[in-house]
Design a protein around this ligand. Structure first.
Ligand code: GLV
Ligand code: MN
Ligand code: MN
Length: 472
């Protein structure tokens, strides 16, 4: 075992032995050797400052909770909800907040052309590929304050925990705050991490992408201080082997850990997400005067397709297949006007990629059939993204599992039904994720909640996982 890691684990153990007396029974061989040597010589082999190590190794939970609360105030909707859309004024404030915290933790901070933010702690061997961790702080409309945020503020605190413990990383450690994990503004999820993964087609597409207010991606980025987003975005792509590992801490966003009373979820794979845009066009007209047999109601076509999505998803027969029509807009949007245009955005996912693809195909067939039957035009059926699932890397799941064991925290392996930046980091780095419980599994709504103790457990597991990976 590397000497630095040994010393680190020893100090870490002192803290947790004090915290969890039950761990005494699980002392490892090294501990027993030290004990024997101490008994033989009559002198302590190491003289840790117990009082100091107790406080220095603990997560600063109060501060972390205050930071989570403070970050939640950068929102375009009223508390307890959080709305923080890419490159908005509140997003820029949140970015500044994160960069300041990174600097306070002694990290060297840089940003790329689209605003992915990187904070690095140089290791003893800075020429080695660093270990990275992180998540996002953008928030969909009327959501909560923990999604993504726990994985960014928690990562910075994990660095603080390691620094306070006296740990010296061999590989550098890097915290990443990804740009726009949520697809809210430009309809593209995990925008920053997709670019880091080197998706050429996206770099091209962003040159002409506009939001619903007709603001181009590059103008929006410029307004947030990222003027270079106008140019060649391939400069954002990560080179092969940039990181030796990437690990993301996140709330589960599902009910399993809380229900089963388990502290930590060790993610083995992330489900395959897809999203589709559909538009139907009809004739519109007067809601009173146009007779029912004469209508080509685009709204009703959309309604019928929404029900078809539900049917095709349920027909898969697996609880892992899900589908949601999260956006349905009607034009012109007047109570006394037959919709002449209807636009739907459909999200469908599965851990089984081919089963998810079959659902997409069935949705397409339904859209064609409904358009024919209702005499409306299917003017758009665009599969915006159709991503494969991503498996975690065993070296990372193993490191996380042994971190949980050393910290005496219950854990279980599980899949992630939500997508994360990890889905794309897995394309350029070995990837792993750490889940913590959240209240009733609520997420993407204001009731989202994780207790500060659960968050602190996640931070400890992340800190120890990073330490292990940094020395490997
Ligand atoms: C992430 O926000 C997701 O929708 O899974
Ligand atoms: Mn989310
Ligand atoms: Mn998230």
């Amino acid at each position: 075992m590397d000497l630095r890691f040994f010393v680190f684990v020893f100090i870490f153990s002192v803290y947790f032995i004090c915290d969890f007396p039950g761990i005494y029974g699980e002392r490892n061989d090294e501990d027993m050797t030290i004990k024997t040597m101490e008994e033989f010589s009559g002198y302590p082999i190491h003289e840790p400052d117990y009082a100091n190590s107790l406080s220095s190794l603990s997560v600063n939970s109060d501060t972390l909770q205050k930071q989570i609360d403070e970050l939640a105030t950068f929102s375009d909707s009223l508390a307890p909800s959080v709305t923080r859309i890419l490159y908005s004024e509140k997003d820029v404030l949140a970015r500044r907040y994160i960069k300041d915290l990174m600097k306070l933790s002694g990290l060297s901070v840089r940003e790329d052309a689209v605003g992915n933010i990187f904070g690095r702690w140089n290791g003893d061997e800075p020429e080695l590929a660093p270990v990275s961790t992180g998540s996002h702080v953008d928030a969909i409309p009327y959501s909560g304050k923990y999604d993504g945020v726990v994985g960014v503020l928690g990562a910075i605190e994990a660095i603080n925990v390691l620094k306070r413990s006296g740990f010296k990383p061999k590989r550098s450690l890097e915290v990443i705050m990804f740009t726009s994990e949520e697809p809210t503004r430009f309809g593209i999820s995990c925008l920053g991490s997709r670019l880091l993964a080197g998706i050429v087609q996206l770099a091209e597409q962003l040159k002409s992408t506009k939001d619903s207010h007709n603001v181009s991606f590059s103008d929006a980025a410029k307004s947030a201080g990222y003027a270079n987003a106008k140019g060649d975005l391939s400069e954002v792509f990560l080179k092969e082997g940039t990181y030796s590992a990437f690990v993301e801490l996140h709330i589960e966003q599902g009910p399993i850990l809380e229900k089963e009373g388990v502290s930590i979820g060790v993610v083995t794979a992330i489900a395959a997400p897809a999203s589709i845009k559909v538009t139907f066009e009809g004739n519109g007209g007067h809601a009173g005067a146009a007779l029912m047999p004469e209508r080509n109601d685009a709204g009703l076509a959309a309604a019928e397709l929404a029900l078809a999505v539900e049917k095709h998803v349920l027909d898969s027969g697996s609880v892992d297949t899900v589908g949601t029509v999260g956006i349905l807009t009607l034009h012109p949007g007047a109570i006394n006007s037959i919709p002449s245009m209807a636009h739907l955005e459909i999200d469908t996912r599965d851990i089984d990629e081919s089963r998810r693809n079959l659902v997409i195909e069935k949705i397409h067939q339904s859209a064609l059939g409904i358009a024919k039957k209702r005499k409306v035009i299917l003017s758009e059926f665009e599969i915006v993204n159709q991503d494969p699932p991503a498996p975690s890397d065993e070296s990372i799941t193993k490191a996380t599992e042994s971190a949980c064991q050393e910290l005496n925290l219950t854990h279980k392996k599980m899949i992630s039904r939500a997508y994360h930046d990890s889905l794309f980091m897995a394309r350029v780095s070995p990837m792993g994720m750490i889940f913590i419980p959240c209240y009733k599994g609520y997420s993407h709504k204001p009731e989202e909640f994780s207790s500060v103790d659960d968050i602190a457990n996640g931070v400890k597991v992340l800190a120890l996982t990073l330490a292990k990976l940094s020395l490997s």
